[in-house]
Design a protein around this ligand. Structure first.
Ligand SMILES: Cc1cc2nc3c(=O)[nH]c(=O)nc-3n(C[C@H](O)[C@H](O)[C@H](O)COP(=O)(O)OP(=O)(O)OC[C@H]3O[C@@H](n4cnc5c(N)ncnc54)[C@H](O)[C@@H]3O)c2cc1C
Ligand SMILES: Cc1cc2nc3c(=O)[nH]c(=O)nc-3n(C[C@H](O)[C@H](O)[C@H](O)COP(=O)(O)O)c2cc1C
Length: 635
């Protein structure tokens, strides 16, 4: 009997323990991911006569969130709502959100769980005490990538902060993973969005966009500051500046495994200022042959000049770009007809193909579960472009429809590979060309890769060439404390920011007799005599002791592959001592996979030498990141 009582009490205690642990776990899970909240039925707004605007705010670095916002804005109009996509950088938050209305947020996460540049002001405004946004109705879709440690941190933070400020979420929070299923996650999330909104506000049918009118005026010049440049979807492009290209040369010893171009720009001539290790945004152009082919297909002459006019006074939609503009410039600068196919494009094309039932059904089939495999093959193995799809299916469309169909060209980012202190007049990047082998045996060259290859040819023919560029801040800054050593881990083009760092150290050491710290560099590539970019420059830095320790991993020069991680593992004790004594800043630059495995290794080293638990090691790494002692730039 006594044993039965004892067993019963043990079960009871274990039961309570399991229950409390489980609810603790659930709680922490809820904290990390916002819960779905049902529409608040009390929020119905009576607005038969009044048009309620819905702003689709976006926080974007490379354009995806802006594309999603544009898509929502177009869909909203089709459902009869007054929707406008809005760059978060251009919002008077107090004016817009305190007064109350409807906002849909598309928020990308960048850096290491950071807001995108255009969303920084907004996120810090949201953290002010007591904004009282009780009349503001919102929902959020986060864009992130599971390969990064702080998955969708900004989407989640936006959602949580808005709720904390008493704004009303009218539709569930959603998020997507750019590593795999981003567009499907987005489609899944927005399934009920418009129906939920229809429950809350009455739509009024709107005409959607713009019309093209032939013009005999002169076309606009992008070199001049354009009036009202913020009113266009391509505002970023319009704000960027042209910069002269000085030279484009090969950085590899041979091109057996690919090609990396050294591209030098003349910043002095344009009066452009930059900082070491910043990101350069490059706006690539479509190539002339393709532009001509498309113009012919659309029945347009490249020289024809059009103005774009919004169709409705009440329609606050942004025009895609300023005008008057020639067909040539429209096709060259703004329309991305080479990029990855999106299901949204198939749906739009199906609408255009209204008269051809077979084509329409085929396009719609590709957007369904049954067509998923075929669609994925088109994207992954054939890398089919919008224009190829149109041509193959003989779809008839006009220029205005083509402009609506294509996404806008996004800037490509490059980590600057020179120091502004050493060469303020010239800036340099290292571009590893993106060339994919397709299933039919042909190759597809990336848009920007092709753009620079074309410029290289034009320079060889003596042409003077300018490229449209802008600049983005980076987390890569040298430590203020001169006693801190730095470890630079940068295989492949990940070496770029460290070239700038080393150039700066060269100048510093010229003025300073005594070294106070160490510069340690880890570099890797396939072959010492193949893709070892900046080889001579780096060896010279090593010879002159500007680099104190230089570790190289040539993965394919011996039977067993060696990567930078293996070299770090070999030097784990040195690494541990520097970390534990707070004597080092570690920079990691290059591919996301490499960066993640290096960080994983650092955790293992901390566990091995300190006897910390995994959790303690993770905490230490998180602290290092917060204090900017561990900084990553991965792509
Ligand atoms: C912060 C940051 C710093 C960077 N720094 C550097 C640097 O210093 N050096 C450097 O070389 N690169 C750097 N990059 C990468 C660089 O920005 C570009 O992504 C790269 O140069 C490729 O550009 P692209 O236009 O040639 O390729 P894209 O045309 O943009 O192609 C990119 C990828 O999309 C896929 N794709 C394209 N079209 C299709 C299609 N129709 N169907 C299916 N898939 C398609 C391709 O498979 C390809 O892999 C950096 C990126 C970031 C984010
Ligand atoms: C340099 C860089 C850093 C990133 N950091 C994160 C991150 O910390 N967390 C995350 O979830 N996604 C991260 N991402 C993934 C982006 O959020 C994702 O690709 C998104 O679709 C980009 O949207 P955008 O094109 O609008 O900027 C990062 C992407 C890049 C290129």
């Amino acid at each position: 009997m006594e044993i039965q009582y004892l067993l019963a009490s043990i079960f009871l205690v274990v039961g309570i323990l399991i229950y409390s642990l489980k609810s603790k776990f659930e709680k922490s899970r809820q904290n990390s991911k916002p819960q779905e909240v049902k529409t608040d039925p009390g929020k119905k707004i009576n607005c038969q006569e009044q048009l309620i605007p819905i702003s689709i705010y976006f926080g974007t670095q490379q354009g995806t969130a802006a594309r999603f916002a544009k898509q929502l804005s177009e869909e909203g109009k089709e459902h009869g709502f007054l929707t406008t996509e809005v760059d978060l950088n251009e919002v008077e938050f107090d004016q817009e959100m305190k007064k109350g209305k409807f906002g849909i947020f598309c928020m990308a996460t960048h850096g290491e769980g950071d807001p995108t540049d255009n969303a920084k002001k907004f996120i810090s405004w949201l953290q002010e005490p007591q904004l009282s946004l009780k009349d503001f109705n919102f929902t959020v879709f986060g864009l992130g990538n599971r390969q990064y440690e702080h998955y969708n941190k900004i989407g989640r933070l936006t959602n949580n902060l808005l709720e904390k400020q008493n704004a009303i979420r009218f539709y569930k929070y959603g998020e997507g993973d750019a590593n795999s299923t981003l567009e499907d996650d987005f489609i899944d999330w927005k399934k009920d969005l418009w129906n939920v909104l229809k429950e809350l506000i009455h739509p009024t049918p709107q005409s959607s966009t713009f019309k093209l009118v032939k013009s005999n005026k002169e076309e606009i010049n992008f070199d001049q500051t354009l009036q009202g440049q913020f009113q266009y979807q391509t505002k970023q492009f319009l704000k960027a500046k042209y910069c002269q290209v000085v030279s484009i040369t090969q950085l590899r010893q041979n091109q057996q495994d690919g090609s990396t171009l050294q591209i030098i720009f003349d910043t002095g001539r344009e009066g452009i200022e930059y900082k070491t290790a910043m990101n350069l945004g490059v706006y690539p152009e479509n190539n002339d042959e393709q532009i001509l082919e498309i113009a012919n297909y659309l029945g347009e002459n490249l020289k024809t000049i059009y103005t774009l006019e919004l169709l409705e006074e009440t329609n606050k939609a942004k025009l895609p770009f300023p005008s008057p503009l020639s067909v040539k410039k429209i096709l060259k600068h703004f329309l991305d007809f080479n990029g990855q196919l999106m299901k949204n494009t198939l749906t739009k094309l199906a609408k255009i193909s209204i008269d051809d039932e077979k084509v329409r059904n085929y396009l719609l089939h590709l957007t369904t579960e049954e067509g998923k495999k075929e669609f994925q093959q088109m994207v992954d193995e054939q890398k089919t472009t919008i224009f190829q799809l149109i041509q193959r299916n003989n779809i008839k469309l006009n220029l205005a429809q083509f402009i609506e169909l294509c996404p806008r060209i996004s800037p490509r980012l490059f980590t600057i590979a020179s120091s502004n202190i050493k060469s303020p007049q010239q800036l340099e990047i290292a571009d590893s060309l993106l060339i994919d082998d397709l299933s039919d045996g042909t190759q597809k060259i990336g848009l920007c890769s092709q753009y620079f290859l074309n410029i290289q040819q034009r320079l060889l023919q003596g042409e003077s060439v300018k490229v449209r560029v802008d600049f983005r801040e980076s987390n890569f800054k040298l430590p203020d404390d001169p006693n801190k050593s730095i470890i630079m881990i940068g295989p492949g083009t990940g070496i770029a920011p460290f070239i700038g760092f080393l150039q700066e150290r060269e100048i510093f050491l010229q003025n300073q007799a005594q070294k106070q710290n160490e510069y340690i560099l880890y570099f890797g590539c396939k072959h010492e005599n193949g893709d070892f970019i900046y080889k001579d420059q780096l060896r010279e830095f090593q010879r002159r002791k500007i680099i104190d320790k230089f570790y190289t991993a040539f993965s394919r020069d011996q039977e067993k592959k060696i990567y930078v991680q293996d070299l770090l593992k070999h030097n784990s004790e040195e690494l541990f001592n520097l970390i534990i004594n707070d004597k080092v800043v570690i920079y990691i630059c290059g591919s996301t996979n490499m960066g993640n495995s290096v960080q994983h290794l650092i955790k293992e080293i901390l566990i091995k030498y300190s006897n910390w638990s995994e959790h303690e090691a993770e905490e230490r790494i998180e602290n290092m990141q917060k204090q900017k002692f561990l900084i990553k730039e991965l792509w």
